[in-house]
Structures are given as structure tokens and as C-alpha cells.
Write a protein that binds this ligand. Structure first.
Ligand code: IMP
Length: 185
């Protein structure tokens, strides 16, 4: 487990340093919610939350929405316990969600290479949604090789590995209230 000080933590063999504190995350989630509330004012969007990493972002986002969203969950396997993206994807949960004619917002914790969301968008497009947009708390533009970048972005960050606020390193660190990045030391 880890020894926590406010600025530096250890998870397994790695050290992570404070990167985005909780207050800053929540202030940004407020702003994204406002954007979505404006863009979907007359609509009832279907939020599809990509588990596991997006569960805290989704919880905070949903509670700030006034557009009466429907919320569904999906799980896509791409990563395992590695720090690099793998190139195969598979839907493990949520195959039954009906999106035909719906205004879908995919909710992601982080878009890195973009492979996962491209794969999922392709899957959705076969079921004729009315519209599909993507909200991601974090975006790593330097790693991105996908075709449609997120429409709603919390923070664009350098391609460092991060944990906390729902995101894990080898299934640990999800409960951290802030976001920490891999430390060079
Ligand atoms: P992509 O397919 O490369 O865009 O990766 C998307 C998924 O990889 C995200 O939903 C995360 O679950 C995971 N991921 C990518 N970068 C990180 C990171 O820095 N920390 C934790 N998970 C990450």
C-alpha cells in the first residue's frame, strides 16, 4: 500500500506527486457541467460512463447536471495492469444499452491514445445514435492518435502516467481525492 503525505505517495514500486488538487478538479467539473447543461438544455442525454476509471468523475458530473440525464455504464478492456496502452479492445459490460436515436455523451476518465474511445464510438455508430459526444476529465494530446478528440475536456496534460480520482495504477490509488502523476525520482 502507500505511505501518504499530501504531496508524495508510493504505490507498489512507484512514487507519485500531487498534480491536480481536489478543489481544482471540482471547479473544472462545475465548468464542464455548465457547458453540458447549455448544450443539452432541451434534450435528455444518455451518459455512458466508461468503468472503472470514470466512476468518480461521472458521480461529480451527474450531480451538477440539470438536463435530467440517463446514466448507463460500460466496461471496455484495453489496459490490464500495464502503464502503456494495448491495441486490442473488448466490451465486457454494457452491450445491451440501447442508443438508437439518443443523444449520447461518453464519459471517460482519460483519453490517452484514443484507441478505446474510437473503438467504442465505432461500436455505437452501428446502432444509429442521434449524436455522440465525448467528455473526458483528462486528455493527453501528445499521445493521441485517434480520429475524434474529446468534445468536453477537463484538463489537457503531458503524457505522464497519473492516478487518483478514480484512476488506478495496478488497481490501486482510485480513492485518492486529487490526481497524482508519476514522479521522476
Ligand atoms: P487509450 O485507449 O489509450 O485512450 O486509453 C484509455 C484508457 O487507458 C483510460 O480510460 C484509462 O483507463 C487508461 N489510462 C490511460 N492513461 C492512464 C493514466 O495515466 N493513468 C491511469 N489510467 C490511464
Amino acid at each position: 500500500m502507500y505511505i501518504e503525505s499530501t504531496q508524495l505517495i508510493s504505490i507498489r514500486d512507484k512514487q507519485f506527486e500531487m498534480f491536480i488538487p481536489e478543489e481544482q478538479i471540482l471547479a473544472r467539473v462545475d465548468e464542464i457541467a455548465t457547458e453540458i447543461n447549455l448544450a443539452y438544455a432541451e434534450l435528455r442525454p444518455l451518459l455512458i460512463v466508461v468503468l472503472n476509471g470514470a466512476f468518480l468523475f461521472a458521480a461529480d458530473l451527474v450531480r451538477r447536471l440539470t438536463v435530467q440525464p440517463e446514466v448507463q455504464f460500460i466496461r471496455i478492456s484495453t489496459y490490464g495492469d500495464q502503464m502503456i496502452s494495448s491495441e486490442t479492445a473488448q466490451i465486457l459490460l454494457g452491450m445491451e444499452i440501447e442508443v438508437e436515436d439518443r443523444d449520447v455523451i461518453i464519459v471517460e476518465d482519460i483519453v490517452d491514445t484514443g484507441y478505446t474511445t474510437d473503438f467504442f464510438r465505432e461500436h455505437l455508430s452501428q446502432q444509429s445514435p442521434k449524436s455522440v459526444r465525448l467528455a473526458s476529465l483528462l486528455f493527453k494530446p501528445d499521445n493521441y492518435r485517434g480520429t475524434q478528440a474529446p468534445d468536453f475536456i477537463g484538463f489537457s496534460i503531458a503524457p505522464d502516467f497519473v492516478v487518483g480520482y478514480g484512476m488506478d495504477y495496478a488497481q490501486q490509488g482510485r480513492e485518492l481525492r486529487g490526481i497524482y502523476r508519476l514522479s521522476a525520482n
